[in-house]
Ligand binder design. Structure first.
Ligand SMILES: Nc1ncnc2c1ncn2[C@@H]1O[C@H](COP(=O)(O)OP(=O)(O)O)[C@@H](O)[C@H]1O
Ligand SMILES: [Mg+2]
Length: 498
């Protein structure tokens, strides 16, 4: 086993009423990729933020390389060799790529009080090239680049100083395979150089694959540390949720029956290079799964069905034949849409839980043109308790909630609006098993109440586990339809996807 590089001793962190950490004592060793795992809100980000200087603990102490560790801020921590790629977007929008990489460290390029920008751009270019990013211009404004590219720029910033402890917080879930591979290879490189890597991810399979040991947190408590030889999926899940998960948390019936009434349909829909001749019908009380590789067109299809994107040819309409014209129109007709990109598209992060939840229900709540605060509060409190949303108060910004609780807010807003049709694009993406199980139960209950659901998903077990019927897409076309069945295998779906 490697030497201990950092010791955390009884770390406690309170945010007002919230007890995020209750006294975490762990050793972080060199030469390892250590997974930090636990349900949403278990304290993973808080713990890594304390190590990396985002904020100090409420109490408790740390030792780093044998000395007391009290970083004053993230730049200070980074200077001493601890850096983190955050879960949230960690780049600043208004400035250039190179400035993001070297923010707070301009002194590296300052001569006689002036920043030599040419030198800075060259250094940024070289730093990016070292991790295999060739196509980003260091002088360009950061806003020009995609979420993924910005995340990678943040990674470049984090590793510039060649850290001794490199922390990656839930970054990979938002990235494509190429982005993930860049991060994985960096983590392995640091491990091989006898440094320590802390890796936080919701994806149990991913974390079991990448890590050599695991620290499990639950509700701010340290639960257990496991070695690779002890990795076993059900055991880890059990430690995370504190109870044995029965083999499956999907519905357990194989009766794929539903109403015959068509509530939403697409006819011969075409969309430039992404969708070709898509026709489908969603029935009352049906869970219709749509699966495929991420670029098969299914996410675009979701947007077309909700009226966000207009098809070039063909038509999307309700059961009565009326065309779906716009999201506003769809909402009025009781359609709810959960976007794959929750933080960018489904929520207003800087607004409160209440403002997010009541948004689509405004027409319902307005009486004679007036909206009563009391009615808004009632609707919101109803959904917060209905969905068991973990929060301090309904006026709290959505930004501070954990991923799973954010997703509950998104669901809450459509339930509060009494939606009849739900278009869910990757509804359980980036949320952990406890909340996942809750979402599956909710979907099944909605089905039984006669609501209709389109579930677009990249996860085959959830498609097979929840759908009455599955459409598999490839290159913008529907390849095949599968009925719900006990004998449906992942491999039969995969054959149609690739
Ligand atoms: N800045 C903050 N202000 C208030 N509460 C917070 C803040 N950051 C985290 N929390 C709360 O602390 C708990 C732990 O959160 P977090 O560390 O983000 O969990 P995880 O990363 O495991 O999902 C949660 O209940 C969360 O709502
Ligand atoms: Mg987190």
């Amino acid at each position: 086993m490697g030497d201990v590089i950092l010791k955390a001793d009884r770390i406690v962190k309170h945010f007002g009423q919230t007890h995020a950490l209750n006294g975490i004592t762990v050793d972080i060793r060199r030469g390892e990729i250590i997974g930090l795992i636990g349900e949403n809100g278990s304290g993973k980000s808080t713990f890594s933020s304390i190590i990396s200087g985002v904020y100090p603990p409420t109490s408790g102490s740390m030792t780093y390389k044998g000395e007391t560790w009290k970083p004053t801020d993230t730049n200070n921590a980074q200077k001493h060799g601890i850096s983190m790629v955050t879960q949230e977007m960690g780049t600043l929008p208004g400035i250039r790529v190179a400035d993001n990489i070297f923010l707070g460290r301009e002194d590296l390029f300052t001569h006689h009080g002036l920043v030599n920008r040419k030198e800075m751009y060259a250094a940024a270019k070289e730093a990016m090239a070292r991790v295999g990013i060739e196509d980003i211009d260091p002088a360009a404004p950061i806003a020009k680049y995609s979420l993924e590219d910005r995340k990678l720029i943040e990674v470049v910033r984090a590793i510039y100083n060649n850290p001794d402890i490199f922390i990656v917080d839930e970054t990979t879930t938002a990235l494509s395979q190429k982005g993930r591979d860049i991060i994985y290879s960096l983590m392995r490189k640091f491990r091989d150089e006898n440094k320590a890597v802390i890796f936080i991810s919701h994806d149990l399979e991913e974390i079991m694959d990448v890590c050599s040991s695991l620290i499990v947190l639950r509700d701010g408590d340290f639960i257990q540390q496991l070695d690779k030889s002890e990795f076993e999926e059900n055991k880890i899940k059990m430690l995370m949720v504190g109870r044995e998960l029965s083999g499956s948390y999907y519905r357990d019936d194989y009766d794929g029956s539903h109403g015959s009434e068509v509530v939403l349909k697409a006819e011969k829909v075409y969309l430039s290079s992404t969708l070709t001749n898509i026709s489908l019908e969603l029935h009352k009380g049906e869970i219709l799964g749509i699966g495929g590789l991420t670029d098969c067109g299914m996410h675009e299809l979701g947007k077309v069905l909700f009226g966000i994107t207009k098809p070039m040819l063909g038509k999307v309409s309700f059961g009565d034949g009326k065309e779906v014209k716009s999201p506003k129109d769809a909402i009025r007709r009781k359609v709810g849409y959960v976007s794959k990109n929750r933080d960018q598209e489904a929520l207003i992060l800087s607004a409160s839980i209440m403002d997010n939840i009541v948004l689509p229900s405004m027409p319902l709540l307005a009486k004679g043109g007036l909206i009563f605060r009391g009615a808004e509060k009632k609707l919101t409190s109803g959904q917060v308790s209905n969905m068991s949303i973990k929060c301090r108060e309904i006026g709290q910004d959505v930004r501070d909630l954990s991923g799973g609780n954010k997703q509950k807010v998104v669901f809450g807003k459509w339930l509060g609006n009494n939606s009849e049709i739900f278009i869910l694009d990757c509804p359980t993406r980036g949320i952990d098993i406890g909340v996942k199980a809750f979402m599956y139960q909710l979907m099944y209950r909605l089905k039984q109440e006669g609501k209709s659901i389109i579930m677009i998903s990249e996860e085959l077990p959830e498609l097979i586990g929840m759908s009455d019927r599955i459409l598999i897409m490839k290159d913008g076309k529907i390849m095949k339809e599968f009925e719900r069945s006990e004998n449906l295998s992942e491999s039969s779906l995969i054959k149609e996807m690739v």
